[in-house]
Design a protein around this ligand. Sequence first.
Ligand code: FAD
Length: 262
Amino acid sequence: MKIVVCIKQVPDTTDIKVDPDTGALKRETAGTVMNPFDMYAVEEGLRLREKLGGTVTVLTMGPPMAKEMLKVTIGMGVDEAVLISDKKLAGSDTWATAYALSKACEKAGFDLLIFGKQAVDGDTAHVGPSTATYLKIPSLTWVKKIRESSDTEITVEKMMEDGVDVVKTKLPAAITVVKEINEPRLESLKGKMRAKKYEPAVWSLEDIGGDESMVGLKNSPTRVAKSWSATRQPGKAEMLSGENEQIADTLFAKIKELGFIK
Ligand SMILES: Cc1cc2nc3c(=O)[nH]c(=O)nc-3n(C[C@H](O)[C@H](O)[C@H](O)COP(=O)(O)OP(=O)(O)OC[C@H]3O[C@@H](n4cnc5c(N)ncnc54)[C@H](O)[C@@H]3O)c2cc1C
């Protein structure tokens, strides 16, 4: 089985500063680590390879310094690691990131894509399902266990608010995983020695066959209107009910009413 795991580098502190003018995270002021959920994604990829054979490739889209994080995954035992890095990608939002990752996944080739549940900085949980949407493959989110797996299909347990859903899908497919799925291994001594000499491949936008008009800040559909630290107001929560589309319309109207969208 050809497994591709997408991982993201995130700031290693929870009190990262926010630029007061733009509301953007000041990423350069903090150290960086692998997004914690992505450790579980890597581990699950390695376990599937141990069971079914094949290879595990790790992809990240980020700045050149993300190579160090990729080396950690080599130490854990992945076969190859690729950095997607290009100035044209700077400022990409989740939709543009997903587009670039989908092109890179196509180039790498895959039967199964594994993502973390969400990144602890951006926190949207968009990138896994959005990448799957670009690739026109099924995506199963919040996976806490892979019950059965073969080269052609997988059956998983998805964590839900009120229990567990058991879902089966044919491959190729994408999953996003939660911490309950496994206990990530540490880097082995042999792995660390390989990682020391290992040089991750670097792919540009051109290398992945990406279209410049789909990526970068000016081509990203998201606009950050305002960022601030949230405060809790007990008793102020309102639960929306109805069909998904109806809930989305109500939510959109409320956000507009609050003045965040013109
Ligand atoms: C207008 C705008 C501009 C932005 N500009 C930048 C910028 O210049 N630099 C920057 O770092 N961020 C930037 N961001 C934030 C960036 O869009 C998100 O951090 C990123 O797309 C991932 O979204 P998320 O953190 O919500 O990840 P989630 O969707 O919560 O992540 C889910 C999973 O997707 C995978 N994943 C997420 N991101 C990546 C990645 N980059 N590579 C591989 N796998 C990944 C991981 O498996 C992760 O666990 C910008 C956001 C906006 C709205």
